[in-house]
Design a protein around this ligand. Sequence first.
Ligand code: NAP
Length: 436
Amino acid sequence: MAEPLRIALAGLGTVGAGVIRLIETNRDLLAARAGRELKVVAVSARDRAKDRGVDLSPYTWEDDMAALAARDDVDVVVELVGGADGPALALAHAALDNGKALVTANKAMIAHHGIALAESAEEQDVALKFEAAVGGGIPVVKGLREGTSANALERIYGILNGTCNYILSKMEDTGADFAEVLSEAQRLGYAEADPTFDIEGVDAAHKLAILAAIGFGARLDFAAVRTTGITQVKAADIAQADALGFVIRLIAMTDVEESDSGEPLLLQRVRPCLVSKGHPLASVDGPTNAVVAEGNFSGRLLFQGAGAGDGPTASAVVADLIDIARDEVGAPFSIPVAQLAAMQPTEPGHRIESTYLRFTVNDRPGVLAEITAAMRDAGVSIESLIQQGRAVDGGDVLVAMVTHEGPERCVREALDLLDGSESLTAPPLVLPILRD
Ligand SMILES: NC(=O)c1ccc[n+]([C@@H]2O[C@H](COP(=O)([O-])OP(=O)(O)OC[C@H]3O[C@@H](n4cnc5c(N)ncnc54)[C@H](OP(=O)(O)O)[C@@H]3O)[C@@H](O)[C@H]2O)c1
Protein backbone atom coordinates (compact mmCIF):
# COMPACT_ATOMS: atom_id res chain seq x y z
CA MET A 1 0.00 0.00 0.00
CA ALA A 2 1.16 3.55 -0.74
CA GLU A 3 2.50 5.91 1.93
CA PRO A 4 -0.13 7.18 4.41
CA LEU A 5 -1.86 10.50 3.79
CA ARG A 6 -0.56 12.61 6.69
CA ILE A 7 -3.19 14.89 8.20
CA ALA A 8 -3.06 17.87 10.55
CA LEU A 9 -6.34 18.84 12.19
CA ALA A 10 -7.06 22.36 13.45
CA GLY A 11 -10.16 22.60 15.63
CA LEU A 12 -11.40 19.77 17.80
CA GLY A 13 -14.93 20.91 18.49
CA THR A 14 -18.11 19.25 17.20
CA VAL A 15 -16.75 18.52 13.74
CA GLY A 16 -13.05 18.06 14.60
CA ALA A 17 -13.76 15.46 17.29
CA GLY A 18 -16.22 13.81 14.88
CA VAL A 19 -13.46 13.53 12.25
CA ILE A 20 -11.09 11.85 14.76
CA ARG A 21 -13.87 9.45 15.76
CA LEU A 22 -14.72 8.58 12.16
CA ILE A 23 -11.09 8.01 11.15
CA GLU A 24 -10.55 5.77 14.21
CA THR A 25 -13.80 3.84 13.73
CA ASN A 26 -13.58 3.27 9.96
CA ARG A 27 -9.77 3.02 9.72
CA ASP A 28 -9.57 -0.14 7.60
CA LEU A 29 -12.48 0.76 5.36
CA LEU A 30 -10.96 4.19 4.69
CA ALA A 31 -7.57 2.69 3.84
CA ALA A 32 -9.20 0.27 1.42
CA ARG A 33 -11.21 3.02 -0.28
CA ALA A 34 -8.37 5.56 -0.35
CA GLY A 35 -5.68 3.08 -1.32
CA ARG A 36 -3.61 4.20 1.66
CA GLU A 37 -3.97 4.93 5.35
CA LEU A 38 -5.50 8.22 6.50
CA LYS A 39 -3.15 9.09 9.34
CA VAL A 40 -3.71 12.01 11.70
CA VAL A 41 -0.28 13.33 12.66
CA ALA A 42 -0.91 16.53 14.60
CA VAL A 43 -3.84 18.42 16.11
CA SER A 44 -4.55 21.84 17.58
CA ALA A 45 -7.31 23.66 19.43
CA ARG A 46 -7.41 26.32 22.13
CA ASP A 47 -7.72 24.25 25.28
CA ARG A 48 -5.46 21.24 25.54
CA ALA A 49 -7.05 20.06 28.80
CA LYS A 50 -10.61 19.86 27.44
CA ASP A 51 -12.18 16.40 27.33
CA ARG A 52 -13.38 15.90 23.76
CA GLY A 53 -14.51 12.31 24.13
CA VAL A 54 -11.71 11.08 21.85
CA ASP A 55 -8.20 9.85 22.61
CA LEU A 56 -5.73 12.48 21.40
CA SER A 57 -2.63 10.80 22.84
CA PRO A 58 -1.49 9.31 19.50
CA TYR A 59 -1.20 12.77 17.92
CA THR A 60 1.26 15.62 18.38
CA TRP A 61 -0.42 18.63 19.99
CA GLU A 62 0.42 22.09 18.66
CA ASP A 63 -0.53 25.01 20.91
CA ASP A 64 -0.31 27.36 17.95
CA MET A 65 -2.36 25.99 15.09
CA ALA A 66 -0.36 28.02 12.58
CA ALA A 67 2.47 25.55 13.27
CA LEU A 68 0.41 22.79 11.62
CA ALA A 69 0.84 24.42 8.23
CA ALA A 70 4.63 24.48 8.58
CA ARG A 71 5.16 20.83 9.53
CA ASP A 72 7.19 18.77 7.07
CA ASP A 73 5.38 15.58 8.05
CA VAL A 74 1.94 16.86 6.94
CA ASP A 75 0.34 16.51 3.48
CA VAL A 76 -3.06 18.03 4.19
CA VAL A 77 -4.37 20.53 6.72
CA VAL A 78 -8.00 20.25 7.85
CA GLU A 79 -9.42 23.56 9.10
CA LEU A 80 -12.37 23.05 11.47
CA VAL A 81 -12.07 26.21 13.53
CA GLY A 82 -14.61 28.48 11.86
CA GLY A 83 -14.93 32.21 11.22
CA ALA A 84 -14.59 33.90 7.84
CA ASP A 85 -11.34 35.62 8.73
CA GLY A 86 -8.86 35.53 11.58
CA PRO A 87 -6.91 32.41 12.53
CA ALA A 88 -8.88 30.08 10.21
CA LEU A 89 -8.08 32.15 7.13
CA ALA A 90 -4.45 32.65 8.15
CA LEU A 91 -4.09 28.90 8.60
CA ALA A 92 -5.77 28.15 5.27
CA HIS A 93 -3.45 30.50 3.36
CA ALA A 94 -0.37 29.26 5.20
CA ALA A 95 -1.25 25.64 4.45
CA LEU A 96 -1.75 26.28 0.71
CA ASP A 97 1.30 28.54 0.46
CA ASN A 98 3.34 25.71 1.97
CA GLY A 99 2.07 23.35 -0.73
CA LYS A 100 -0.30 21.41 1.47
CA ALA A 101 -3.82 20.44 0.48
CA LEU A 102 -6.61 22.08 2.46
CA VAL A 103 -9.94 20.64 3.61
CA THR A 104 -12.41 22.87 5.39
CA ALA A 105 -16.03 22.90 6.53
CA ASN A 106 -15.96 26.67 6.80
CA LYS A 107 -18.66 28.11 4.53
CA ALA A 108 -18.16 31.67 5.74
CA MET A 109 -14.48 31.56 4.83
CA ILE A 110 -15.12 29.98 1.43
CA ALA A 111 -17.97 32.38 0.63
CA HIS A 112 -15.78 35.40 1.41
CA HIS A 113 -12.32 34.20 0.40
CA GLY A 114 -12.89 31.14 -1.79
CA ILE A 115 -11.48 32.80 -4.91
CA ALA A 116 -8.18 33.82 -3.31
CA LEU A 117 -7.85 30.40 -1.67
CA ALA A 118 -8.63 28.59 -4.93
CA GLU A 119 -6.02 30.71 -6.74
CA SER A 120 -3.41 29.70 -4.17
CA ALA A 121 -4.43 26.05 -4.46
CA GLU A 122 -4.13 26.21 -8.25
CA GLU A 123 -0.75 27.92 -8.10
CA GLN A 124 0.54 25.19 -5.82
CA ASP A 125 -1.32 22.42 -7.67
CA VAL A 126 -2.83 21.15 -4.44
CA ALA A 127 -6.43 20.35 -3.55
CA LEU A 128 -8.84 22.75 -1.85
CA LYS A 129 -11.96 20.88 -0.78
CA PHE A 130 -15.00 21.96 1.19
CA GLU A 131 -17.75 19.35 0.83
CA ALA A 132 -18.82 19.87 4.46
CA ALA A 133 -19.30 23.61 3.96
CA VAL A 134 -22.65 23.08 2.22
CA GLY A 135 -25.35 20.75 3.47
CA GLY A 136 -23.27 18.98 6.16
CA GLY A 137 -23.31 15.29 5.30
CA ILE A 138 -25.06 15.68 1.93
CA PRO A 139 -22.59 15.19 -0.95
CA VAL A 140 -23.97 18.15 -2.84
CA VAL A 141 -20.68 19.84 -3.71
CA LYS A 142 -19.45 16.61 -5.27
CA GLY A 143 -22.91 16.03 -6.70
CA LEU A 144 -22.78 19.34 -8.57
CA ARG A 145 -19.07 19.24 -9.44
CA GLU A 146 -19.17 15.67 -10.72
CA GLY A 147 -22.62 14.12 -10.79
CA THR A 148 -24.31 16.86 -12.80
CA SER A 149 -21.23 18.00 -14.70
CA ALA A 150 -22.68 16.90 -18.06
CA ASN A 151 -25.65 19.25 -17.68
CA ALA A 152 -26.34 22.90 -18.11
CA LEU A 153 -28.00 23.56 -14.77
CA GLU A 154 -31.19 25.56 -14.97
CA ARG A 155 -31.77 26.23 -11.30
CA ILE A 156 -30.35 25.24 -7.92
CA TYR A 157 -32.43 25.79 -4.82
CA GLY A 158 -33.07 24.30 -1.47
CA ILE A 159 -33.13 24.36 2.29
CA LEU A 160 -29.62 25.14 3.42
CA ASN A 161 -30.01 26.10 7.06
CA GLY A 162 -31.07 23.49 9.57
CA THR A 163 -31.73 25.97 12.37
CA CYS A 164 -34.30 27.89 10.35
CA ASN A 165 -35.88 24.69 9.11
CA TYR A 166 -36.10 23.35 12.64
CA ILE A 167 -37.74 26.58 13.83
CA LEU A 168 -40.24 26.76 10.95
CA SER A 169 -41.25 23.11 11.17
CA LYS A 170 -41.55 23.36 14.96
CA MET A 171 -43.76 26.44 14.59
CA GLU A 172 -45.85 24.37 12.17
CA ASP A 173 -46.14 21.42 14.58
CA THR A 174 -46.83 23.37 17.76
CA GLY A 175 -48.51 26.60 16.65
CA ALA A 176 -45.97 28.46 18.80
CA ASP A 177 -44.54 31.81 17.74
CA PHE A 178 -41.03 32.44 16.44
CA ALA A 179 -39.43 33.77 19.65
CA GLU A 180 -40.70 30.87 21.75
CA VAL A 181 -39.46 28.23 19.31
CA LEU A 182 -36.11 30.00 18.93
CA SER A 183 -35.51 29.87 22.70
CA GLU A 184 -36.37 26.18 22.73
CA ALA A 185 -34.03 25.56 19.78
CA GLN A 186 -31.25 27.33 21.69
CA ARG A 187 -31.93 25.23 24.79
CA LEU A 188 -31.76 22.03 22.73
CA GLY A 189 -28.59 23.06 20.89
CA TYR A 190 -30.25 23.47 17.47
CA ALA A 191 -29.57 27.20 17.50
CA GLU A 192 -26.47 29.13 18.57
CA ALA A 193 -26.49 31.50 21.55
CA ASP A 194 -26.17 34.23 18.91
CA PRO A 195 -28.46 32.92 16.17
CA THR A 196 -28.20 35.99 13.91
CA PHE A 197 -26.32 34.33 11.05
CA ASP A 198 -28.85 31.52 10.91
CA ILE A 199 -32.16 33.32 11.38
CA GLU A 200 -31.22 36.28 9.19
CA GLY A 201 -30.34 33.93 6.32
CA VAL A 202 -26.62 34.75 6.22
CA ASP A 203 -25.48 31.16 6.72
CA ALA A 204 -27.74 29.97 3.90
CA ALA A 205 -26.43 32.83 1.76
CA HIS A 206 -22.83 31.69 2.32
CA LYS A 207 -23.76 28.22 1.11
CA LEU A 208 -25.80 29.49 -1.83
CA ALA A 209 -22.92 31.62 -3.12
CA ILE A 210 -20.73 28.51 -3.09
CA LEU A 211 -23.32 26.45 -4.97
CA ALA A 212 -23.81 29.20 -7.55
CA ALA A 213 -20.09 29.25 -8.26
CA ILE A 214 -19.91 25.49 -8.64
CA GLY A 215 -23.16 25.05 -10.54
CA PHE A 216 -22.96 28.01 -12.91
CA GLY A 217 -19.24 28.71 -13.18
CA ALA A 218 -19.92 32.12 -11.64
CA ARG A 219 -17.18 33.96 -9.79
CA LEU A 220 -18.14 33.82 -6.11
CA ASP A 221 -20.16 36.88 -5.20
CA PHE A 222 -21.51 36.56 -1.69
CA ALA A 223 -22.18 40.30 -1.43
CA ALA A 224 -24.76 40.02 -4.22
CA VAL A 225 -26.96 37.46 -2.44
CA ARG A 226 -30.32 39.06 -1.65
CA THR A 227 -31.06 37.80 1.81
CA THR A 228 -34.17 37.87 3.99
CA GLY A 229 -34.38 35.83 7.18
CA ILE A 230 -37.30 34.26 9.00
CA THR A 231 -37.68 36.60 11.98
CA GLN A 232 -40.85 38.24 10.62
CA VAL A 233 -42.73 34.96 10.13
CA LYS A 234 -45.57 34.63 12.65
CA ALA A 235 -47.48 31.59 13.84
CA ALA A 236 -50.48 33.12 12.06
CA ASP A 237 -48.62 33.03 8.73
CA ILE A 238 -47.82 29.35 9.21
CA ALA A 239 -51.47 28.62 10.01
CA GLN A 240 -52.62 30.65 7.02
CA ALA A 241 -50.15 28.91 4.72
CA ASP A 242 -51.35 25.55 6.01
CA ALA A 243 -54.96 26.43 5.29
CA LEU A 244 -53.98 27.39 1.73
CA GLY A 245 -52.05 24.14 1.15
CA PHE A 246 -48.51 25.37 1.82
CA VAL A 247 -45.72 25.20 4.37
CA ILE A 248 -43.19 27.96 4.97
CA ARG A 249 -39.51 27.20 4.37
CA LEU A 250 -36.39 29.36 4.05
CA ILE A 251 -35.44 28.78 0.42
CA ALA A 252 -32.08 29.63 -1.10
CA MET A 253 -32.26 29.86 -4.87
CA THR A 254 -29.86 30.63 -7.69
CA ASP A 255 -30.14 30.67 -11.47
CA VAL A 256 -28.75 32.51 -14.45
CA GLU A 257 -30.64 34.49 -17.06
CA GLU A 258 -29.52 36.47 -20.05
CA SER A 259 -29.56 40.25 -20.22
CA ASP A 260 -31.01 41.91 -23.31
CA SER A 261 -27.49 42.07 -24.69
CA GLY A 262 -26.89 38.37 -24.04
CA GLU A 263 -24.74 38.71 -20.90
CA PRO A 264 -25.36 36.17 -18.13
CA LEU A 265 -27.00 37.67 -15.05
CA LEU A 266 -26.88 35.78 -11.75
CA LEU A 267 -29.77 35.51 -9.34
CA GLN A 268 -28.85 34.52 -5.78
CA ARG A 269 -31.61 34.86 -3.24
CA VAL A 270 -32.45 33.57 0.24
CA ARG A 271 -35.96 34.21 1.51
CA PRO A 272 -38.81 32.48 3.27
CA CYS A 273 -41.29 31.07 0.76
CA LEU A 274 -44.64 29.34 0.80
CA VAL A 275 -43.93 25.88 -0.57
CA SER A 276 -46.83 23.85 -1.87
CA LYS A 277 -47.35 20.68 0.13
CA GLY A 278 -46.82 18.54 -2.97
CA HIS A 279 -43.29 19.87 -3.52
CA PRO A 280 -40.42 17.63 -2.34
CA LEU A 281 -39.03 20.44 -0.18
CA ALA A 282 -42.29 20.72 1.78
CA SER A 283 -41.64 17.43 3.54
CA VAL A 284 -38.11 18.40 4.58
CA ASP A 285 -38.57 18.84 8.31
CA GLY A 286 -36.48 19.68 11.34
CA PRO A 287 -32.75 20.27 10.94
CA THR A 288 -32.62 18.39 7.63
CA ASN A 289 -31.21 20.12 4.55
CA ALA A 290 -32.13 19.50 0.92
CA VAL A 291 -30.94 20.82 -2.42
CA VAL A 292 -32.72 20.58 -5.74
CA ALA A 293 -30.66 20.85 -8.91
CA GLU A 294 -32.43 21.01 -12.26
CA GLY A 295 -30.24 19.92 -15.16
CA ASN A 296 -31.16 20.21 -18.83
CA PHE A 297 -30.65 16.47 -19.30
CA SER A 298 -30.79 15.03 -15.77
CA GLY A 299 -34.09 16.68 -14.90
CA ARG A 300 -34.80 17.45 -11.24
CA LEU A 301 -32.39 15.93 -8.74
CA LEU A 302 -32.93 16.04 -4.99
CA PHE A 303 -30.08 15.82 -2.50
CA GLN A 304 -31.31 15.46 1.06
CA GLY A 305 -29.88 14.61 4.48
CA ALA A 306 -28.48 15.88 7.76
CA GLY A 307 -27.19 19.40 7.25
CA ALA A 308 -25.09 19.46 10.40
CA GLY A 309 -23.93 17.43 13.38
CA ASP A 310 -20.63 15.77 14.17
CA GLY A 311 -21.20 12.50 12.27
CA PRO A 312 -22.64 13.81 9.00
CA THR A 313 -20.20 16.72 8.81
CA ALA A 314 -17.24 14.46 9.58
CA SER A 315 -18.47 12.11 6.85
CA ALA A 316 -18.16 14.94 4.31
CA VAL A 317 -14.75 16.07 5.59
CA VAL A 318 -13.30 12.56 5.42
CA ALA A 319 -14.76 11.98 1.94
CA ASP A 320 -12.64 14.96 0.86
CA LEU A 321 -9.60 13.39 2.52
CA ILE A 322 -10.20 10.17 0.60
CA ASP A 323 -10.30 12.13 -2.67
CA ILE A 324 -7.00 13.76 -1.76
CA ALA A 325 -5.48 10.40 -0.84
CA ARG A 326 -6.46 9.24 -4.34
CA ASP A 327 -4.71 12.30 -5.82
CA GLU A 328 -7.98 13.70 -7.10
CA VAL A 329 -7.15 17.40 -7.07
CA GLY A 330 -9.77 18.98 -9.36
CA ALA A 331 -10.71 22.64 -9.63
CA PRO A 332 -12.32 23.73 -6.34
CA PHE A 333 -15.24 25.39 -8.16
CA SER A 334 -15.44 22.86 -11.04
CA ILE A 335 -13.52 24.99 -13.51
CA PRO A 336 -10.27 26.95 -13.11
CA VAL A 337 -10.65 30.25 -11.24
CA ALA A 338 -9.62 32.28 -14.29
CA GLN A 339 -12.56 30.82 -16.21
CA LEU A 340 -15.19 31.65 -13.58
CA ALA A 341 -17.39 34.38 -15.04
CA ALA A 342 -17.88 37.59 -13.07
CA MET A 343 -21.65 37.74 -13.54
CA GLN A 344 -23.64 40.86 -12.75
CA PRO A 345 -26.53 40.32 -10.34
CA THR A 346 -29.94 40.30 -11.96
CA GLU A 347 -32.70 42.71 -10.97
CA PRO A 348 -35.60 40.25 -10.72
CA GLY A 349 -38.54 42.70 -10.89
CA HIS A 350 -39.69 41.25 -14.22
CA ARG A 351 -39.92 37.72 -12.89
CA ILE A 352 -43.36 36.23 -12.67
CA GLU A 353 -44.46 34.86 -9.36
CA SER A 354 -47.44 34.57 -7.12
CA THR A 355 -47.05 36.03 -3.66
CA TYR A 356 -48.42 35.71 -0.16
CA LEU A 357 -48.74 39.09 1.54
CA ARG A 358 -49.55 39.72 5.17
CA PHE A 359 -50.39 43.12 6.55
CA THR A 360 -50.67 44.07 10.20
CA VAL A 361 -53.28 46.81 10.31
CA ASN A 362 -55.45 48.92 12.56
CA ASP A 363 -58.82 47.29 13.08
CA ARG A 364 -60.91 50.07 11.56
CA PRO A 365 -63.14 50.58 8.52
CA GLY A 366 -61.55 51.44 5.19
CA VAL A 367 -58.25 49.66 5.75
CA LEU A 368 -59.04 46.77 3.44
CA ALA A 369 -60.21 49.15 0.75
CA GLU A 370 -56.95 51.09 1.03
CA ILE A 371 -54.86 47.95 0.61
CA THR A 372 -56.87 46.57 -2.29
CA ALA A 373 -56.79 49.96 -4.03
CA ALA A 374 -52.98 49.99 -3.83
CA MET A 375 -52.94 46.49 -5.32
CA ARG A 376 -55.26 47.53 -8.14
CA ASP A 377 -53.26 50.69 -8.89
CA ALA A 378 -50.00 48.69 -9.10
CA GLY A 379 -51.56 46.03 -11.33
CA VAL A 380 -51.55 43.26 -8.73
CA SER A 381 -54.41 40.83 -9.05
CA ILE A 382 -55.63 39.25 -5.82
CA GLU A 383 -56.48 35.54 -5.85
CA SER A 384 -57.70 35.29 -2.26
CA LEU A 385 -57.92 37.58 0.72
CA ILE A 386 -58.36 36.62 4.34
CA GLN A 387 -58.93 39.06 7.18
CA GLN A 388 -58.43 37.44 10.50
CA GLY A 389 -61.12 38.50 12.97
CA ARG A 390 -58.95 37.91 16.02
CA ALA A 391 -57.22 41.05 17.28
CA VAL A 392 -53.52 40.55 17.98
CA ASP A 393 -50.77 42.72 19.41
CA GLY A 394 -53.19 45.06 21.18
CA GLY A 395 -55.87 45.81 18.65
CA ASP A 396 -54.11 45.07 15.36
CA VAL A 397 -55.45 42.51 12.94
CA LEU A 398 -53.72 40.55 10.24
CA VAL A 399 -54.84 40.71 6.65
CA ALA A 400 -53.39 38.04 4.41
CA MET A 401 -53.72 37.64 0.67
CA VAL A 402 -52.39 35.55 -2.18
CA THR A 403 -51.85 37.23 -5.53
CA HIS A 404 -52.27 35.80 -8.99
CA GLU A 405 -49.04 35.37 -10.87
CA GLY A 406 -47.54 38.65 -12.03
CA PRO A 407 -44.25 40.54 -12.23
CA GLU A 408 -42.53 40.89 -8.86
CA ARG A 409 -42.12 44.61 -9.39
CA CYS A 410 -45.89 45.17 -9.25
CA VAL A 411 -46.08 43.88 -5.68
CA ARG A 412 -43.19 46.14 -4.76
CA GLU A 413 -44.98 49.11 -6.37
CA ALA A 414 -48.12 48.31 -4.38
CA LEU A 415 -46.12 48.25 -1.17
CA ASP A 416 -44.50 51.56 -2.10
CA LEU A 417 -47.98 53.03 -2.48
CA LEU A 418 -48.84 51.84 1.01
CA ASP A 419 -45.55 53.01 2.50
CA GLY A 420 -46.25 55.49 5.30
CA SER A 421 -49.92 54.59 5.52
CA GLU A 422 -51.26 55.05 9.04
CA SER A 423 -53.39 51.95 8.57
CA LEU A 424 -50.34 49.68 8.60
CA THR A 425 -48.86 49.14 12.03
CA ALA A 426 -45.91 46.99 10.95
CA PRO A 427 -44.00 46.38 7.73
CA PRO A 428 -45.86 43.90 5.48
CA LEU A 429 -44.54 40.37 5.07
CA VAL A 430 -44.00 39.26 1.48
CA LEU A 431 -43.48 35.57 0.79
CA PRO A 432 -43.21 34.23 -2.74
CA ILE A 433 -44.96 30.99 -3.57
CA LEU A 434 -43.02 27.95 -4.76
CA ARG A 435 -45.29 25.42 -6.44
CA ASP A 436 -44.43 21.92 -7.66
N1 NAP B 1 -21.18 21.87 13.77
C1 NAP B 1 -21.67 21.48 12.60
O1 NAP B 1 -22.58 20.68 12.54
C2 NAP B 1 -21.09 22.03 11.33
C3 NAP B 1 -21.67 21.65 10.09
C4 NAP B 1 -21.09 22.11 8.90
C5 NAP B 1 -20.01 22.96 8.95
N2 NAP B 1 -19.50 23.35 10.17
C6 NAP B 1 -18.33 24.23 10.17
O2 NAP B 1 -17.24 23.52 10.75
C7 NAP B 1 -16.39 24.43 11.43
C8 NAP B 1 -16.22 23.97 12.87
O3 NAP B 1 -17.50 23.94 13.49
P1 NAP B 1 -17.74 23.27 14.93
O4 NAP B 1 -19.21 23.21 15.11
O5 NAP B 1 -16.94 22.04 15.06
O6 NAP B 1 -17.14 24.40 15.87
P2 NAP B 1 -16.79 24.28 17.42
O7 NAP B 1 -17.45 23.12 18.03
O8 NAP B 1 -17.00 25.63 17.99
O9 NAP B 1 -15.21 23.98 17.39
C9 NAP B 1 -14.27 24.94 17.02
C10 NAP B 1 -12.90 24.41 17.38
O10 NAP B 1 -11.93 25.39 16.99
C11 NAP B 1 -11.05 25.63 18.08
N3 NAP B 1 -10.59 27.02 18.01
C12 NAP B 1 -11.35 28.13 17.99
N4 NAP B 1 -10.57 29.22 17.90
C13 NAP B 1 -9.30 28.76 17.88
C14 NAP B 1 -8.04 29.39 17.81
N5 NAP B 1 -7.93 30.72 17.77
N6 NAP B 1 -6.92 28.60 17.82
C15 NAP B 1 -7.04 27.26 17.87
N7 NAP B 1 -8.21 26.62 17.92
C16 NAP B 1 -9.32 27.36 17.93
C17 NAP B 1 -11.85 25.35 19.33
O11 NAP B 1 -10.96 25.04 20.36
P3 NAP B 1 -11.47 24.62 21.87
O12 NAP B 1 -12.27 23.38 21.66
O13 NAP B 1 -10.22 24.37 22.61
O14 NAP B 1 -12.26 25.79 22.34
C18 NAP B 1 -12.71 24.18 18.87
O15 NAP B 1 -12.01 22.98 19.08
C19 NAP B 1 -17.04 25.80 11.27
O16 NAP B 1 -16.48 26.45 10.17
C20 NAP B 1 -18.50 25.48 10.99
O17 NAP B 1 -19.14 26.47 10.25
C21 NAP B 1 -20.01 22.90 11.33
